[in-house]
Design a protein around this ligand. Structure first.
Ligand SMILES: [Fe+2]
Ligand SMILES: [Fe+2]
Length: 320
């Protein structure tokens, strides 16, 4: 319970200063209004660094508390983990060996030209889905990214799960593809965990996420069972759209429409960014991740198109 309260307080500290939406803490409900309508939920430049330090400090305090609370009959203890500079590792949700430097040199303009009927259906479906998204979010790219990452993290988990079950059923190796797809899901979830440090969802957006997840998970599950080739192609095109959205996001940062605030602490550690990294750096590495997902999924669809199984081709494990 103490841990929950402490975590809630941490989130309140980090997100409270410049949010224009109500943030429900376990202890108190804070109503704050931001003067900047365009992207008012960002942390302010001058307070963010102090908040980041506060957060790291708070995480350590929580860890100390949890050691007391969970000192263990079961023998499960967190080993002492540090950053390269010797400071304590503040995250439980990922470890230093899971972090990486994003390959931002990846070609962002690659596109799979739809050739087959299934490709054309996949491409048109994704383009159609973009219309309501554009209408709903317009140029609110922070909010848009946060909401879309809740969807983007689903296909890797569904595909990974189904390949896992197939491996069990068929008594055969997955060729590393289970791991590769689960890595993609985890990477997308880290995008969401980063965005949520910057943008707090309103109650109706949470409701929308719930609905969309219910529909999308089941629809994608059925599609993957019927045609993994089409499912991976759809994801490939979704990733192409994600690259486009993050490019527009970067344009708004460059034009000043979105404030280039300091990067959240979680992003600095996950992508091994410099301590003075900004939102622009974060969006740049997320966009590079999306380009990698695009390649993995079009590659997977191409393997199926050639009449082969995924485990016959090299799995892109650790492909970031
Ligand atoms: Fe993503
Ligand atoms: Fe992605």
């Amino acid at each position: 319970m103490n841990q929950l309260v402490a975590r809630s307080l941490m989130r309140g500290l980090i997100n409270g200063a410049k949010c224009n939406r109500s943030i429900l803490c376990s202890v108190t409900r804070v109503e704050l209004r931001d003067e900047k309508a365009a992207f008012g939920r960002m942390m302010s430049t001058e307070t963010a660094l102090a908040e980041k330090n506060q957060k790291e400090k708070s995480v350590e305090e929580v860890e100390k508390q949890s050691k007391v609370v969970f000192s263990s009959y079961w023998g499960i203890q967190r080993p002492k983990i540090t950053r390269e500079d010797g400071s304590p590792w503040p995250w439980n949700c990922f470890m230093p060996w899971e972090t990486y430097h994003a390959d931002t040199a990846i070609d962002l303009s690659k596109h799979h030209v739809p050739k087959t009927f299934a490709d054309k259906v996949a491409y048109r479906t994704v383009k159609l889905l973009r219309i309501p998204t554009d209408i709903f979010f317009q140029r609110r790219y922070g909010c848009r990214a946060m909401m879309l990452e809740t969807v983007a993290a689903v296909p890797g988990m569904v595909g990974g799960m189904l390949l896992h079950l197939r491996s069990l059923r068929k008594f055969e190796h997955s060729g590393g593809w289970v791991k590769a797809l689960l890595e993609e899901a985890e990477n997308e979830r880290m995008h969401l965990m980063t965005m949520v440090e910057l943008v707090r969802p309103k109650w109706y957006e949470r409701l929308l996420v719930l609905t969309v997840q219910g529909v999308f998970f089941n629809a994608f599950f059925v599609l993957y069972v019927l045609s993994p080739k089409a499912a991976h192609r759809v994801v490939g095109y979704l990733e192409e759209e994600a690259i486009h959205s993050y490019t527009e996001f970067l344009k708004d940062i460059d034009s000043g429409a979105i404030e280039n605030v300091p990067a959240p602490a979680i992003a600095i550690d996950y992508w091994r960014l410099p301590k003075d990294a900004t939102l622009k750096d974060v969006i740049t590495v997320i966009r590079a991740d999306e380009a990698h997902h695009r390649d993995v999924n079009h590659f997977a669809s191409d393997i199926h198109f050639q009449g082969k199984k995924l485990n016959e081709a090299p799995a892109p494990i650790g492909y970031h």
